[in-house]
Design a protein around this ligand. Structure first.
Ligand code: SAJ
Length: 446
């Protein structure tokens, strides 16, 4: 007489084989939860590969725009997206009941930090609560949101597993770090190697099979924790090296050495060195945030992430350093900061994009305003700005720089005419070396 476990094994194997077949012949119904700068490009790649993709988002305005064939993500032109909607390869909904008809689900929701620098897992938890209600047997679930090692195993798995839903048998669970670099002209979702690790070997194999249908390179790893840690190493590496060069900038400033020249010369070393550049602070939704997911978790494991804490402190000090530099530069022109007109060039957190998240420009504008300066700004990607109760509109860069007592380059958008600006500005503080080798009594560099 067959015992139940054998029966279950057979059923589970059949379920796995059925899912693999649907993935291979691209009849699997793909679901993407969270249609932002990560989820939408991923949805587009699978729709392009011939899958039927259902996007699920909690914001009706996003769902409505997408169902009209309109893309709001910089890297996905509407001209590319609209045909996928028209052909029926993509549709969006706010209704998680759609999960019951899906074979694969990628979770691409935000993982911000709370004010206390603790991870905010609320987006992942609410997505998993909704998925758990509708998840059908034989489904592949992949978490992509950047998070601390152990999240998939300790938080997501218990929310999805149940008495008749065992991971690796009745459903499959992986972690795969998102590596989207918004605005990158060379690396986009399709050609960025995709790391994926599962709770069980079967999960990893199915996760790798899934991504290989739409993406060029897949990198399977042995567990979800390894995959979670890969992403944190990548971005912690970046954050700490930026902290290092920012500290070098502080040292060089004190010693009267041009840090930009030092870095450019060091970068001639063809091995064993990778240039990073000082700046006005650390912005964005990844680099300033992700490392603190790691340090929060390591604290629980009883080990201090000292490099992360130190780099976080140094990077966090850069806006103050920049405003002190502005104040000292004005002082050299016998002008107090209070009452002086300071014009900020560039508000977004990095060049040639419109993203304001964690932008150091906001810290600099706040500090200038707090110290009594009259602040204006120019940013072709950011038409209006609200801070400290002020409601500013972007001004013409050339005209306003010529009027201001001091102009400060905070974000070096390519569209600024730096020669003309430097030629017309009374005083210019360059925090990005945007003026390169240009010299002049009116130019002060970080
Ligand atoms: N920054 C510096 N000095 C540097 C590099 C960056 O001050 O040498 C500043 C930027 O101005 C910005 C912040 O750091 O304020 C973050 O810049 P970023 O170039 O790291 O750009 P992000 O935030 O878009 O980071 C993304 C990340 N991608 C993912 O997490 C998937 C990161 O892993 C990429 O390495 C990075 O893009 C990239 O290389 O452009």
């Amino acid at each position: 007489m067959l015992t139940l476990p054998l029966m279950n094994d057979t059923t589970a194997l059949a379920g796995r084989q059925a899912l693999e077949e649907k993935i291979r012949n691209r009849t699997a119904r793909v679901g993407i939860v969270g249609l932002g700068y990560v989820g939408l490009p991923l949805a587009v790649e699978f729709a392009k590969a011939g899958f039927h993709v259902t996007g699920i988002d909690v914001q009706p305005s996003k769902v409505d725009a997408l169902n009209r064939g309109e893309s709001y993500v910089q890297d996905i032109p509407t001209s590319v997206f609209a045909p996928l909607v028209a052909s029926g390869h993509f549709h969006a909904t706010t209704d998680f009941a759609a999960v019951s008809s899906l074979d694969t689900i990628n979770i691409c929701v935000p993982t911000p930090l709370r004010k206390t620098k603790d991870p905010d897992m609320s987006f992942i938890v609410s997505a998993c609560q909704e998925i758990a209600v509708h998840l059908k047997p034989g489904t592949l679930v992949i978490l992509e949101s950047t998070t601390y090692p152990g999240t998939t195993d300790e938080l997501v798995l218990p929310m999805l597993e149940g008495p008749d839903r065992k991971v690796g048998e009745q459903f499959f669970l992986c972690f795969s770090p998102e590596r989207v670099d918004p605005g990158n002209p060379v690396y986009q979702t399709v050609n960025i190697p995709k790391v994926v690790g599962g709770i069980t070997p079967a999960c990893t194999e199915i996760g790798a099979l899934f991504y290989s249908q739409a993406l060029q390179t897949v990198v399977p790893v042995s567990s979800t924790s390894v995959a979670e840690m890969v992403k944190l190493l990548e971005n912690t590496f970046r954050m700490i090296n930026i902290g290092l060069v920012n500290e070098m900038a502080l040292m060089c400033d004190r010693m009267g050495i041009n840090v930009w020249e030092v870095i450019d010369a060091a970068a001639t070393k063809p091995f064993g060195f990778m240039p990073f550049y000082p700046g006005p602070g650390l912005g964005g939704h990844c680099i300033p945030i992700d490392p603190f997911y790691l340090s929060w978790k390591t604290k629980q494991a009883g080990i201090e992430a000292r490099f992360i804490e130190l780099a976080g402190y140094i990077n966090g000090q850069m806006p103050h350093f920049v405003v002190d530099k502005i104040q000292n530069a004005l002082n050299e022109h016998t002008k107090p900061l209070r009452g002086s007109h300071v014009h900020v060039l560039g508000a977004a957190y990095k060049r040639n994009i419109d993203d304001m998240r964690e932008s150091p420009a906001l810290d600099i504008l706040h500090l200038l305003h707090q110290r009594g300066a009259l602040v204006t700004y120019s940013d072709p990607f950011v038409p209006t700005l609200k801070f400290d109760g002020l409601d500013l509109a972007s001004k013409d860069a050339l005209a306003e720089s010529a009027r201001a007592d001091c102009t400060v380059i905070v974000t070096d958008h390519s569209s600024f005419d730096y020669d003309a600006i430097a030629g017309g500005a009374r005083l210019i503080v360059d925090t990005r070396n945007a003026l390169k080798g240009r010299t002049g009594k009116n130019i002060v560099r970080l």
